[in-house]
Design a protein around this ligand. Structure first.
Ligand SMILES: [Zn+2]
Length: 663
């Protein structure tokens, strides 16, 4: 768009801002009632869980020891979907008046009693639970002993049913339950064969009351480790389960469940190491998974016609995403050895090569970057955004020069926009066991489950991934296995508003927003923006008015029933793909790529070779010194290539020792 056009749309945006303002006006959805003011751990947990689901929590502090009136007024708010009362507060309330106020809503408003401790009056507990909960006790436990177990009450525990989570506490407060009174155990601390109830519910007529004991987790160190999710989740599990149950579609949720298997480094040759695409297709069809090749752009002009045809005829099972550019050693490493300007040049060349790949093969690629080795520094993510990549997916979603954010939401969601305002996704290596509880939490939260392997993973058989795929299907029967591009375009969260419209939170620069309702619906859309780049907002390719509010872009969109619309944030940049040199002029890089092929296609075929690769990957600096072995590889490579009738690689031998880039 021209700058005049841009100015015009800014004006339109300003004029239309009135229409969008107020769309996100908060109304209390969770009523939190306490006798004491101040920051308690229970309040903090509840506020964290409410914020996670995008629910507005309003706190009511009672004025005295008998103040049911304040509580009844708070409960009467027509917008509320859940009521939370601290255990200390129960004795200040008239239970019958509270229950009557809840009944006035005409639909169920579940209540959670939080912070039950041994100090909670057992007579009051018994009264509020109709005799089902007789008291609370404390048990000291050795750190790291035991685990939390979740029951299987499907409308509440959902995908978490029957899973275990870490117990990071030195003592446990647990409820004494009287099974004769129809109490449902939802979560317990399990020590050996003993189960200590920490979360349960009781039905009083049509009213459901939940009870959760006070939990005080020991510090969970902040780190980028994605598996920290389990420990963080365990500390909030009752609150998150309760609010998900109470709020339903009013809570932030994903449009669907997504999963993907990515094979790093491969290109379209039959076979690539242990990857036999024809056989893998049969496994993917039989076990319902999708395979993305994380494709090194340097390989853009090497695809074999039979494999091109296979990928083109099975876009539901095969796709391509971007894996670095040359896959040169640490090409997206720290800036002191790989300056930002070089990394930006690599991104530009990667895009130009991938465009050429698509021209040659008629296979599209996802503009999602999987960095070779590990994620780049933060400013490189800003460059990905500038060049309109949709996202990046790596084993860690925290850039190599940044620290992990301390908030729980970061630990719980697979995607973060905390770095350069660009969506960064975490993914799991399926080459090592993945705790099933991690996947259960992902399914419960709606996180995309992204897996990756290298070709050697299939040495044990082309069916090696089937079990993981089956586990995902068991956890989430309606899971959609899709390309990384499709998943990036469906990363948004949505929630139903009390006026029947929807709020939407976008993460990606291009989103397919789907209206699954039969009727036309209004969507109030928000996206975090740092406004560091000039941009245009388009809907179905046409410029669209938006409002800028603080660090957010907001827009209002009508979507007909059963239809979808494409919302694009197009960042303007200087990239002219036709002017980017995509030639493979560096002999050093050519040698690295050929050695890499040799590693994956020849060396890894033997147990000895695989041991070498594993050792090399772990101790590359030591190995770099062992010139003899590499020289041997070079000679062997030469012989292999000659035997294949390919062009001579005598330059390789002349050049001497090269670093074989890792995985
Ligand atoms: Zn790689």
């Amino acid at each position: 768009m021209t700058s005049r056009g841009f100015t015009y749309w800014l004006i339109v945006a300003a004029v239309c801002s009135v229409a969008a303002t107020g769309s996100n006006a908060p109304a209390a959805e969770v009523s939190y009632i306490d006798v004491a003011s101040g920051r308690s751990y229970a309040r903090q947990q509840m506020a964290t869980a409410a914020k996670f689901y995008g629910l507005e929590m309003e706190e009511t502090v009672l004025t005295g020891r008998r103040d049911t009136a304040s509580a009844v007024a708070a409960i009467g708010d027509p917008n509320i979907v859940a009521v939370v009362i601290t255990a200390n507060t129960l004795s200040a309330l008239d239970q019958q008046q509270v229950l009557a106020a809840l009944r006035k809503h005409g639909h169920r408003i579940p209540v959670l009693i939080v912070g039950v401790t041994e100090q909670t009056d057992s007579a009051v507990l018994r009264q509020w639970s109709a005799g089902a909960i007789a008291g609370c006790k404390t048990s000291a436990i050795a750190q790291g002993r035991g685990s939390y177990t979740v029951s299987s009450i499907t409308d509440i525990t959902r995908q978490l049913s029957s899973h275990r989570f870490p117990l990071n506490q030195t003592d446990i407060r647990y409820m004494i339950m009287d099974a004769r009174h129809g109490v449902q155990l939802l979560m317990a601390a399990k020590l050996d064969s003993v189960e200590l109830p920490v979360f349960a519910n009781v039905a009083l007529g049509n009213q459901v009351l939940f009870f959760a004991t006070e939990t005080r987790a020991d510090d969970i160190p902040v780190s980028p480790d994605p598996f920290r999710e389990q420990a963080v989740f365990a500390t909030l599990a009752p609150q998150l389960m309760f609010l998900r149950y109470a709020a339903g579609l009013r809570a932030w949720h994903s449009p669907a469940s997504y999963a993907n298997l990515t094979i790093d480094d491969a290109w379209l040759r039959e076979r690539y190491g242990y990857v036999d695409y024809v056989k893998l297709l049969r496994e993917a069809q039989g076990h319902n998974f999708h395979v993305t090749v994380a494709f090194v752009p340097w390989n853009f002009d090497r695809s074999e016609p039979a494999m091109i045809s296979l990928f083109r005829t099975h876009p539901d099972r095969f796709s391509i995403t971007v894996h670095g550019n040359n896959h040169d050693h640490q090409e997206f490493g720290l800036y002191k050895t790989h300056p930002l300007n070089m990394q930006v040049d690599d991104i530009r060349q990667a895009l130009a090569r991938m465009e050429r790949f698509s021209e040659l093969t008629h296979i599209p690629y996802s503009p999602v970057m999987v960095f070779p080795h590990s994620i780049s520094p933060e400013s490189t993510l800003a460059a990905l955004k500038r060049y309109n990549f949709l996202a990046t997916a790596n084993s860690l979603n925290v850039p190599s020069d940044a620290s992990a954010p301390p908030d729980e939401e970061f630990a719980l969601r697979a995607v973060t926009q905390a770095f350069a305002n660009f969506p960064s996704l975490r993914r799991y290596s399926a080459e090592v066991p993945i705790p099933e509880s991690q996947l259960a939490i992902d399914a419960f939260i709606g996180n995309p489950m992204l897996f990756y392997v290298h070709q050697g993973f299939f040495a044990a058989g082309i069916d090696s991934f089937n079990r993981t795929a089956d586990t995902v299907t068991e956890l989430q029967p309606d899971v959609q296995w899709q390309s990384l591009g499709h998943i990036a375009q469906h990363l948004y969260l949505t929630k139903l508003r009390d006026d029947g419209a929807y709020d939407v939170r976008l993460y990606t620069g291009s989103t397919h927003l789907e209206n699954t309702q039969k009727r036309e619906s209004t969507f109030f859309i928000e996206k975090e923006e740092d406004f560091a780049l000039p941009m245009d907002v388009l809907v179905d390719g046409q410029p669209y008015a938006y409002e800028r509010v603080g660090t957010q872009v907001r827009l209002k969109l009508l979507v007909p029933g059963g239809k979808s619309r494409e919302i694009t944030f197009r960042y303007r940049n200087d990239l002219n793909l036709a002017a980017v040199d995509i030639s493979k002029s560096s002999s050093r890089i050519s040698i690295i790529r050929l050695l890499s092929d040799f590693r994956d296609n020849m060396v890894s075929r033997t147990a000895l070779g695989r041991r070498f690769i594993r050792s090399y990957t772990g101790k590359s600096s030591e190995w770099n010194g062992i010139a003899v072995i590499l020289t041997g590889l070079v000679v062997a490579l030469g012989a292999w290539h000659l035997s294949k009738g390919r062009k001579s690689v005598s330059r390789v031998a002349r050049r001497g020792v090269i670093t074989v880039t890792g995985r």
